[in-house]
Each structure stands twice: as C-alpha cells, then as structure tokens.
Design a protein around this ligand. Structure first.
Ligand code: AMP
Ligand code: FE
Ligand code: FE
Ligand code: ZN
Length: 281
C-alpha cells in the first residue's frame, strides 16, 4: 500500500535535517508522497521537489502558518500553494521578520535574567530566515547555559516562562485566504494539540479545506474523533509526523503512514480550485 507523510520540517525552519537528508529518510522508509511544511517558509520546497522527483516520490509544496481565532492558536498547513505567489511570499517575509525580532526580544529577556546568550549566536545556529524557540533552546545548550532543550523550554521558553515572548499572528481567516489566493488548500494542523475543537465550525465557515487527523502526538481516540469531524463537515483528511529531525529526540518520520488516497483527494481538490480561479464563472 502507498503511504505519505504530509507534515515535515527541515533546517529551513526549526528541523535539523537538510532537504537531502529528509528525502533520504523518505526513500529508506518507502514513502510514496511527502509534503514539506516548514514554519513560515516555502524556501526548501524547490529543492525538495527536485529530490522527490528524482526519487519517484510525489511532492506536495507547503508551509505551516501560525494563526489565531478567538485567542485560540491555530497552526494552518497550506498545501499545494504556488511557491512563487507574490502575496504569499510578502506575508511570509513579514512573519519571518516577526520571528527574527522575537529572537532578539527573547535574548534580551534572558540577558535580564543574567543568562549571557547573544542573539547573533542564535541566528548563526539557526542559519535560516524562520528562526524560532527551538533555535534559542539549542543555542542555550551549545553555550553550556542549560543541559538540554527540555530544560531551556521548561525554565525559560514555554508559554508564560520568563523569556517567553508571544508571537504576532495572523487571523485564521486571513491565513486561509492567503493560502487560497496562492492556489493552495488550508488544513488545520494537529487539532488535538492546540485544543481547537470549538473553533472548527468557524474555520469551516472561513473556508477550511481539511483537518490533520493523523499526527504523531494524536492518540488513536483523537484521530478517530477528528475523522468523525472531517466526515461531518466534509473536510479533507491529512496526516503527518511533524518530524523535526533530531531536534526532539528520535526523528519522527516513519511514525505516520497516511494512505495515499488522501493525497489524491488533496491534489484533486487543489486542481479544481485552481481551474475555478483561472476560469471564474
Ligand atoms: P515558535 O514557532 O518559535 O513558537 O516555536 C515552536 C516550536 O517549538 C515548535 O516546533 C514546537 O514543536 C517547539 N516546542 C514548543 N514547545 C516545546 C517544548 N516544551 N519543548 C520542545 N519544543 C517545543
Ligand atoms: Fe516546529
Ligand atoms: Fe505546529
Ligand atoms: Zn510542524
């Protein structure tokens, strides 16, 4: 049976694998399709597309956007977007700038706590336009200021800890619209982690296309619950490991094997959306 992993990160955001390394794992594990979903970035997609093509793997371009609705944080996966779409690239660049400023603010808070970390060491380690808290955590470990990333999050970086800085987010409606105008589909990522159940009807109303039912941190019960919700609202079903390479222990790629039929449904809906955009009635 053919299967896919539609939630993967590389070192273009907070994953540790290069696109080559990620493609190598996908080949080794026998994946027929994969999607790259770096945070606020589509930069790795062109390279990943080439690697997948050479390996005979179906590639789905994507990005993971952070949005909110009614104070609930929602991660939106934008699939099959045009990675050269002007508006998408402009918005992504804005959120990358937000991320870079946020690193400086987090470092300033750490410095105020007498933790002598330099923002430049975080940027050097991150070596990407979409730096995030995992990079701050790794820089703290590298500087010998904490024992491991868990300690960095637990002591400083988790929500409401002393070096945490909230991130400016787009509204979920804006996020869905941004993905749609770039020809893509908007999927709610790991609803079981963000506890977003109450806002699903509003998101469906805003044009949500699907829901990530299968995720490495979803229990079987959670997956079953989201499959029922997908059925109720006629949403597409997706799934992925959310692998960040070695950033959170053992790589998660291989833990979720989404049946390929869902990839076909995704591509079919994106195809009909695009032809409607090109030939409006
Ligand atoms: P950011 O986008 O900068 O807010 O960072 C979010 C990233 O940090 C996501 O990839 C999360 O998986 C990761 N993350 C969030 N909380 C923790 C935690 N307690 N320990 C390790 N990683 C975390
Ligand atoms: Fe991440
Ligand atoms: Fe996420
Ligand atoms: Zn993710």
């Amino acid at each position: 049976m053919k299967f896919a992993d539609l939630h993967l990160h590389t070192n273009f955001s907070d994953g540790t694998f290069t696109p080559e390394e990620l493609a190598g794992h996908a080949v080794r594990l026998g994946f027929a399709a994969l999607a790259l979903t770096d945070h606020d970035s589509v930069e790795g997609c062109a390279q990943m597309a080439e690697l997948c093509k050479a390996a005979g793997i179906t590639f789905i371009s994507g990005a993971e956007l952070t949005a909110e609705h009614d104070d609930v944080e929602i991660h939106l996966l934008g699939y099959l977007v045009d990675i050269q779409n002007r508006k998408l690239l402009t918005e992504i660049a804005k959120f990358q700038a937000v991320r870079q400023n946020r690193i400086r603010e987090m470092v300033a808070k750490l410095n105020a706590l007498n933790i002598p970390l330099e923002a430049e060491s975080v940027f050097a380690l991150a070596n990407c336009k979409s730096p995030g808290r995992p990079h701050v955590a790794r820089a703290l470990v590298k500087a010998g200021l904490v024992a491991n990333s868990d300690e960095a999050f637990g002591r400083f970086l988790k929500k409401n800890r002393p070096a945490w800085v909230p991130k400016a987010k787009m509204s979920a409606r804006e996020g869905i619209e941004l993905v749609h105008q770039a020809g893509g589909l908007a999927i709610m990522a790991h609803p079981g982690l963000n506890r977003t159940d109450d806002v699903i009807p509003a998101m469906v109303d805003a044009g949500l296309d699907g829901i990530e039912c299968f995720h490495s941190k979803h229990s079987t019960m959670m997956s079953e619950r989201y499959l029922e919700i997908a059925d109720k609202y006629h949403l597409l079903i997706t799934g992925g490991s959310d692998c960040h390479g070695f950033s959170k222990g053992k790589p998660l790629i291989g833990t979720i094997k989404l049946p390929y039929e869902h990839v076909e449904k995704l591509m079919s809906k994106a195809g009909s959306r695009r032809s409607r955009m090109e030939n409006p009635q």
